[in-house]
Design a binder for this molecule. Structure first.
Ligand code: GDP
Ligand code: CA
Length: 327
C-alpha cells in the first residue's frame, strides 16, 4: 500500500511518527510513506537557508529532535547565537542552535552548488534516515508573508512581514489581514510530488496548520488538481479540537482567512472532493462529533497526540477511514 502524506512541522511530524508506526505494524513490506512537506516557512538568516518544517520532520522521525520543545536539536547549545548577540546581531527571536547550524550550513552549501532543495533534503536524510521519503512541496522558493498594520505609518498603511517574524517574534499577536505566499504561483511541485499523489493508494493530510502549512502546499500549482484526480481516497485529520488549536496559533491564521476555529469549519474549508475540495474523509475529535461536511465522511475519534499509542491509534483510524470510503 502506497501512502502519501502532507505535513507541516510540529503537528505534522508528530502525526507522522504514528503513521510510520502504523504502517510498520500493519503493512510490513509496504514502501515508505512519501511526505510532501511545507516549505513556505523557509527563510534566509545570516546567509543560511533554513527550512523549519522539513527539519522538524527530519529530526523528529530521525530521532534528533528536542521532543520537549518540539523543534530543533536535542542536547542543543547556543554559543553561536550568544556570540552573535555580543556583536549586537540578531534576530534574537529565531532559535539558531549550534547543532542545527550544521544542517543549515550543509544545505546552503549544496544549494549554492546548484543542487535543488529536494536533492539536498535527500542528502540530509541519508544521515537522519527518517524512514519516510521526505519531499519538499517545491524546489522553488516560496515564502509566506503576513500583511499587518504598519506600526510606523500614522496614516494607517499596511505592510508585509515574513511569517516567521510574525509567528516567533510577535507570537501571532499582530492582527493578520492576509497571508501572501510569495512565489507560490510560479512554484512547481518538486520531483516526485505529483507522481506520489497519482500513484498513491491513500493520501493523508496530517493535523497541520490548515492555512500556513497545508494551505501553502495546496497553493503550489498542480497539487490541488492531483488530489482531485487521484484514484486514492484523501483523508485529513483536524488540528482543531474543541474549538481551539493545540500547540500553536492556528486560530490567528484561520481568522485572517475568515474561517472559524472549529473542526467543522476547517473541514468545510478543505471541502469535499465532489464539490471542488480535497477531502473524502475528515477525522474530528470525539468532542467535535457533531461536525458535518457536505459530501465528506466525518469520523469522530480521539485526536490528541498525547503519547505514541494515541498517535498510532489516530494513524490507524485515518487509514481505516480512507480505505472504508474507497470509491
Ligand atoms: P508547525 O509547522 O510547526 O506549525 O506544525 P504543523 O503545521 O504541522 O502543525 C500545527 C498544528 O498541529 C496546530 O494547528 C495544532 O493545532 C496541531 N496539533 C498539535 N498537536 C496536536 C494534537 O495532539 N492533536 C491534533 N489533532 N492536532 C494537533
Ligand atoms: Ca511550519
Amino acid at each position: 500500500m502506497r501512502v502519501t502524506a502532507f505535513a507541516g512541522g510540529i503537528g505534522g511530524s508528530r502525526f507522522l511518527l504514528g503513521l510510520r508506526a502504523a504502517m510498520a505494524a500493519d503493512r510490513p513490506g509496504a514502501p515508505p510513506v512519501t511526505v510532501v512537506c511545507n516549505t513556505g516557512d523557509d527563510l534566509t538568516l545570516h546567509s543560511l537557508r533554513i527550512c523549519p518544517d522539513l527539519d522538524t520532520v527530519m529530526y523528529t522521525l530521525g530521532g534528533g529532535i528536542d521532543a520537549e520543545r518540539g523543534w530543533g536539536r536535542v542536547d542543543e547549545t547556543w554559543t553561536a547565537r550568544t556570540e552573535l548577540a555580543a556583536y549586537g546581531v540578531g534576530p534574537e527571536w529565531f532559535g539558531l542552535g549550534d547543532r542545527d547550524l550544521a544542517t543549515h550550513l550543509v544545505r546552503t552549501q549544496m544549494l549554492d552548488a546548484g543542487y535543488p532543495l529536494s536533492a539536498v533534503t535527500a542528502a540530509l536524510c541519508e544521515r537522519w534516515r527518517p524512514g519516510v521519503s521526505l519531499l519538499p512541496m517545491s524546489d522553488d522558493r516560496v515564502e509566506t508573508h503576513v500583511v499587518i498594520d504598519d506600526p510606523d505609518d500614522p496614516a494607517g498603511g499596511r505592510r508585509a512581514i515574513h511569517f516567521q517574524q510574525w509567528w516567533l517574534r510577535h507570537h501571532a499577536e499582530l492582527a493578520a489581514h492576509e497571508f501572501v505566499q510569495v512565489g507560490v504561483a510560479d512554484a512547481r511541485p518538486a520531483p516526485g510530488v505529483l507522481d506520489s499523489i497519482g500513484a498513491a493508494d491513500l493520501v493523508v493530510i496530517a493535523p497541520s496548520n490548515p492555512v500556513v502549512s497545508i494551505g501553502t502546499i495546496l497553493g503550489v500549482r498542480g497539487i490541488r488538481e492531483a488530489l482531485a484526480d487521484t484514484a486514492a481516497p484523501v483523508v485529513a485529520l483536524s488540528p482543531i479540537v474543541g474549538g481551539a488549536p493545540l500547540r500553536g496559533m492556528a486560530d490567528a491564521c484561520l481568522s485572517a482567512i475568515g474561517v472559524e476555529t472549529s473542526a467543522e469549519a476547517v473541514g468545510r474549508h478543505y471541502g469535499g472532493r465532489g464539490a471542488g475540495g480535497v477531502l473524502d474523509a475528515w477525522l474530528v475529535d470525539t468532542r467535535d462529533a457533531a461536525a458535518t461536511v457536505p459530501g465528506v465522511d466525518v469520523h469522530a475519534v480521539p485526536l490528541l497526540m498525547t503519547d505514541a499509542g494515541a498517535t498510532l491509534a489516530m494513524a490507524r483510524a485515518a487509514i481505516a477511514a480512507g480505505l472504508s470510503g474507497r470509491r
